[in-house]
Design a protein around this ligand. Sequence first.
Ligand SMILES: *[C@@H]1O[C@H](CO)[C@@H](O)[C@H](O)[C@H]1NC(C)=O
Ligand SMILES: *[C@@H]1O[C@H](CO)[C@@H](O)[C@H](O)[C@H]1NC(C)=O
Ligand SMILES: *[C@@H]1O[C@H](CO)[C@@H](O)[C@H](O)[C@H]1NC(C)=O
Length: 423
Amino acid sequence: MFKDNFGILVLIALGCGFSQSCEVDVRYPYPLFSKQFGSKNITFRAKKSGIRLSIGESIKIYCGSGLNLEAPYYSSSYNVQQTAFITCNKDNRIEKLPDIYGETLTAYCKSTSGPQLYESQKKLPNCDGYMNYVIGEKTPFMGTTTKFALCYDIESFTLKYANYIAYQKHDMWISHEGHSNELSADFGQKVDNLDNYFHFMSQSSFNNSRDQMQNLDETFFKDFQFDFDSILQDDLDETKKSDFAYIFNIMWWRTLRQNNWRFFLDALKKRTKSEKYLVYIGSYGNATMPARKGATDLLVDLSVRSSNLVVTAPTYIWSYVKSLTTDNEEEFVVIAHNSPYVVAPDHSEFCTNDICDEIAWLKESQFGHLRRIPTFGYTFCCRAEDVAKVINYFPYAKEKMETTTGAATDIQTSKNIEDDNPV
Ligand SMILES: *[C@@H]1O[C@H](CO)[C@@H](O)[C@H](O)[C@H]1NC(C)=O
Ligand SMILES: *[C@@H]1O[C@H](CO)[C@@H](O)[C@H](O)[C@H]1NC(C)=O
Ligand SMILES: *[C@@H]1O[C@H](CO)[C@@H](O)[C@H](O)[C@H]1NC(C)=O
């Protein structure tokens, strides 16, 4: 009985789905959509599966680099400006009069040149000696949207750290809600793509040089796998495929990248479905390895050299995670050993106590269970003020260290006191 009803319901639902809506497919580079929901205009980036409009519904599509619209049977490829306004009419056809009228529509941007690199006038924390950049987009509906703020060393062309908001609803902006101010950076001057003027290690030349090194018999290098890949190991398609991918590439120990770092990001991703976090991510140190077989007490840089460039694996990858939810003061730094050549990996270079287990959602995750296993990449957590004493460009404001380190400790202490002995 229940089963029959269920079947009918499914049929009805499917039937409605097909007959009462229009489909808009999207392709990379993905456009933005903007729509009025009641009193608010919401701008969002469509999921890969596209969007479905009900009859009578209208939506605005936007690409900074110019919009391509394709509708089969009609105007096959329609090149509009940056914005198009489309409607799902009562015949379940998409209308963008005068040219487009069809069952389906595919929308994509002309090029990835949507997000651009800008120099920020506002300085990021502890980034005085370096360049302060922003990667973001200016859109007519929303003003500016920042995807990343970057602290970048232009002399050595190395990223000190990247800063972004981790929130699963991040690709959505509600009008007039000050969304771009959460990162402490602004859109100053546009900067030309550095890649056009300077040499950066490419993934393929890294691979070639790495593979050559791996064929050398006498080196310990060949016993482990390394990749040149983005420090942002997430489904951030847009960064990976964007013009700025080279800014984010670092030399990773593959085992860490695919195991404990992945598990940490998975735990964070799950958490950011409900909570919003400010995340800084960077690297520190130059990893070394035993020189060669037989000469065990000599260390050499763990690096890959192409004909004109060299990249060294950082000793550590770190991520400073700070809650942006008002009643949540959670704040910690996850740090990972990015090298298989460390004898007894631990947290002692940065802090006296590993605090990962104080964060319940980390402790209970797969990451929490596996993070100390060295063959998955040993990982630990410390407080930001401790890490800031070791890494001089760590994004923890100096003033804060001088004036409020005590206060931060007090908060921690007072919480403990409350637990034991409620006043
Ligand atoms: C939303 O967008 C519409 C059309 O673009 C505009 O007329 C309206 O003023 C906007 N509303 C808000 C709250 O921004
Ligand atoms: C480099 O090598 C890695 C690992 O073998 C591979 O996944 C990646 O696709 C290669 N990249 C390029 C650009 O060849
Ligand atoms: C790593 O090497 C670079 C370049 O040689 C150097 O500037 C930097 O200070 C080194 N980092 C550490 C932590 O020793």
